[in-house]
Write a protein that binds this ligand. Sequence first.
Ligand code: ADP
Ligand code: MG
Length: 291
Amino acid sequence: MSEALITCESLVRIYQTGSIEVQALQGLDLVVNRGEMVAVVGASGSGKSTLLSILAGIDAPTAGKAHVERWDLLAMSRADRVRYRRETVGFVRQQTASNLVPYLTSRQVIDLPMTAARKPARARRQRTSELLEALGVADCADRRPAEMSGGQQQRVAIAVALANRPHVLFADEPTGELDSATSAEVFGALRDVNQRYGVTVVVVTHDPGVSGQVERTVAIRDGRTSSEVLRRTATNEDGDTHVIAEEYAVMDRAGRVQIPREYRETLHLTNRVRLALEADHVRIHPDRTLP
Ligand code: ADP
Ligand code: MG
């Protein structure tokens, strides 16, 4: 049975710079189940990084609800936040360079979060070797970032993020600086750790093409989740399996659904529509009182 690991309800984040207010998140709803791998897609400026920073415990929301496991992200003490960031979540950033340290080898940088968590030396060494192997970068163990490709650097960064066995892994455009082949390779590594360790993965990207690589893609527009694409495998009468991708609109707790712009324009749906309940669906009609 699926269990919600991340729950966001009407999440709001307002940035205030002088007299200018930016609503980066405008009532966002999102549920991610334990063990899932979800891609969050959206144009630049849609609020993706803001959402991840909040979920990773780096930034605090202005209003709404955000829970990850037993943690309430709107009511966490400073000490809780430190623990949460160290034990519950792992984070991979877009800039390959900012995930690593120029003068440390892969082995040394993977060791850092475990040293911070006071893990014994033997367990640290063992975990480091295991992760280097799992991410296919065992040959990079003694290399510094400058001696590795972008894809290798991001795979080491994933190893760093997983060092303390977090339950959730967040990745903010981890392939943003990589070419498409390398990008697919890093995505493959994320999928692999999701399967192997059962770690829940939330990966943010502006590339809508990733929908083909994950079971669930959540689209975010203007600081709100607008639609979801679910991918599932179906079998036809001849026994052939094929992948079906279906788009869903997101309904919030109050029952609000956003009708896509193309639909509104095609049927001239404006501020009033007529709803009709059928046995297994709901119909939406244009307002016939309009000229
Ligand atoms: P994305 O990651 O989808 O590109 P962001 O979450 O970075 O979007 O930004 C969402 C909106 O919030 C943008 O309009 C951005 O300019 C604004 N914003 C982000 N961070 C800050 C900040 N620290 N101060 C003020 N505005 C910000
Ligand atoms: Mg961003």
